[in-house]
Design a protein around this ligand. Structure first.
Ligand SMILES: Nc1ncnc2c1ncn2[C@@H]1O[C@H](COP(=O)(O)OP(=O)(O)O)[C@@H](O)[C@H]1O
Ligand SMILES: [Mg+2]
Length: 444
């Protein structure tokens, strides 16, 4: 501003002809040139610093100045900051996208138009046995030479999925899909469908088993009915015997349907409907039912090592315990012993055990006993009214109560089936000091 005044004063003086006026004019002109030169220098230095040579904390902001330079500084700074935040945002978004793709359970491999690997996530690494460091930039065809896969890639059909064994883990099955990306790139997606296949197989097996189990008794009943229809004058004695057989088969069907309904409910209903179950009275109920099932054919004992309350669904726990008891009765020959007992495990859990002196089970069958319809001896199970679903029900019930089933068995000597409940579900009976011999009722 001063320089400009001096400049105009110089012009005025010069026009007036004074020599000093020319001097003032020149000085003013010089001052203006120096001023602009300095502002320009500031701008250049600032722009240069934005190039990244100077650490962020050492950078000096552009000064605020009045006039045209002030406007220039302001506009340059504003545009610069806008661009900076845009590119920062773009970098962050890109990073986030890669993080998301990296965390996907599906494998993702990005291929360039020549099928070279541009990028892959950890799931793809697992599915295909590829390494992101080693294999980036490599030709996918050279790394995975499976003919079906390469033909499928060659067809490049986005709608067509391909199921194949995982090259890294042949016991797992992958479902592959291709998707087109911009610039001729493609995205190969891999999905591990091993579990889906297993569940589907289980479902099919289950339906086949149920149909088979129902078909056999129905065939028997239908056979009798057809014979009756053909009879002119049925013999009452024979008629009665056959009705008895038909009733037996009907009971078998009903038992199967009952067990199927119990299983379905256990799998569908998340609600346990918990109560405090008094162990002493549950034990008496189980013992009574064991005696009536056995009809005096076995020696049945009950050993109550601990008393208190178990928190859970009464109906479910009763049904699980009763399944163990009825197995012991059904798979133990006449005059065998069956011992029911409750005790506390070393880790503080509550254990209900059913020990029998029955036929025992070979070790190879033990891991499969809780599978639906798995029986060691089909004929014996069916003959004694078994549905093959008892231990599957036990397993489900225990799972819902965070409990587990333990089976020990020796062929020819007997078995011991134990349900072990976690300590958190058990409240031991507290002894009332005023009445030392009486157990107080368990509290919730
Ligand atoms: N206490 C036991 N002694 C011997 N075998 C047993 C005993 N409990 C279960 N099993 C075997 O386990 C199989 C599966 O039991 P479960 O699921 O209850 O079905 P089932 O209806 O056949 O009893 C039985 O068929 C039987 O072979
Ligand atoms: Mg059973």
């Amino acid at each position: 501003m001063l320089a400009a005044l001096a400049f105009f004063a110089g012009i005025a003086a010069a026009l007036a002809g004074a020599r000093a006026g020319w001097v003032v004019f020149c000085l003013g002109l010089l001052a203006i040139i120096v001023f602009h030169q300095r502002q320009l220098q500031r701008l250049l230095t600032w722009l240069d610093e934005q190039g990244g040579h100077v650490p962020d904390d050492k950078r000096v902001p552009l000064p605020t100045t009045n006039g045209h330079w002030g406007e220039v500084f302001y506009l340059v700074q504003r545009d610069y900051q806008k661009n900076m935040s845009l590119s920062q945002h773009a970098v962050e978004e890109r990073q986030e996208m890669f993080q998301v793709a990296g965390a996907l359970p599906e494998g993702v491999v990005i291929l360039d138009p020549d099928r070279r690997i541009v990028w892959l996530n950890p799931s793809a690494q697992r599915h295909f046995g590829l390494s992101p460091e080693r294999d980036r930039g490599q030709y996918f065809n050279y790394l995975l030479r499976e003919k079906r896969l390469l033909e499928w890639l060659g067809r490049g059909a986005a709608q067509e999925t391909l199921a194949m064994a995982s090259p890294a883990a042949p016991d797992r099955t992958l479902s592959l899909q291709l998707a087109a990306l911009p610039n001729g790139r493609r995205m190969l997606l891999s999905h591990d469908i091993t579990e889906l296949i297993r569940v589907d197989e289980m479902r099919r097996d289950f339906i086949a088993n149920v149909s088979h189990e129902l078909r056999t008794p129905i065939t028997v009943i239908v056979g009798f009915l057809e014979a009756f229809a053909d009879m002119e004058s049925p013999d009452p004695q024979q008629f009665k015997a056959q009705i008895g057989l038909m009733q037996e088969q009907s009971d078998r069907i009903r038992g199967l349907i009952d067990d199927l309904l119990i299983l379905a409910r256990l799998e569908a209903d998340p609600d346990l409907g918990e109560t405090e179950i008094d162990i002493a009275s549950l034990s008496q109920q189980l013992r009574g039912d064991a005696l009536s099932l056995s009809r005096g054919r076995h020696l049945i004992t009950l050993d109550l090592d601990t008393e208190g309350a178990l928190r859970g669904s009464h109906a479910e726990i009763y049904s699980a315990c009763m399944n163990l008891v009825s197995n012991a009765v059904r798979y133990t020959p006449v005059s065998g012993e069956i011992a029911l007992s409750w005790d506390i495990t070393a880790s503080g859990g509550l254990r209900f055990s059913v020990r029998d002196t029955g036929e025992g089970i070979e070790a190879q069958h033990l891991p499969r006993l809780t599978e639906r319809f798995y029986r060691v001896d089909k004929g014996r199970s069916r003959g004694s009214g078994g549905t093959g679903l008892g231990l599957a029900i036990v397993k489900r019930v225990l799972l819902r109560h965070q409990a587990r089933l333990q089976v020990e068995s020796a062929v020819g000597r007997g078995s011991r089936f134990s349900a072990i409940f976690p300590a958190e579900r058990f409240t031991p009976a507290t002894i009332d000091p005023a009445a030392p011999l009486a157990a107080s009722p368990a509290v919730a």
